[in-house]
Design a protein around this ligand. Sequence first.
Ligand code: AMP
Length: 184
Amino acid sequence: MARLIFLGPPGAGKGTQAQVLAQHFGIPHISTGDILRSAVAQQTELGRKAQSYMDQGELVPDQLIIDLVRERLQEDDVTPGWILDGFPRTVAQAAFLDELLKEIHQSYDYVVNFDVPDDILIVRLLNRGRKDDTEEVVKNRLEVYRKQTAPLINFYQERNQLVSVDGDRSVEDVTTHLGQLIKA
Ligand code: AMP
């Protein structure tokens, strides 16, 4: 059983590590970015509402994300645990998550902060070549991260719920470190 929240800037390797660990633990990797991209591809109502924000590197309004996470965390496959990747991204989302988890009688084990210097993030994001990874959008996403998401580091630190990993290492090294943290 593991319930983990992955926090960190875009390009920090949250998604890559979440995929590896989710497979290892046999739990779902819940990426709000992936869910939104799939909604955009399928042109659902959620996708239509989210697309312009995503294209500009802005955050999608909290309420859309909150509704999505409320549904996702009550599906059958989450019983053995989950990894949240890219959520919460604002203090309001984190407060909502606390409330939701109380309501559905779940709690998380760790909030993992992935630490990577900005210059490395920019190189990684520009090399990734996703639609929202153009230089202008990448810069905006990092700024949005700093303003809206980075305050969550304090939010969780003050509650003694944060562990940090140095994400500026090979995928294998980060996975090993994460494995040690989670076992400890
Ligand atoms: P990601 O794949 O996590 O980098 O997310 C891609 C884009 O989806 C972000 O730039 C946002 O526009 C949107 N997004 C994903 N997760 C969230 C969230 N928790 N809150 C608001 N917007 C989000």
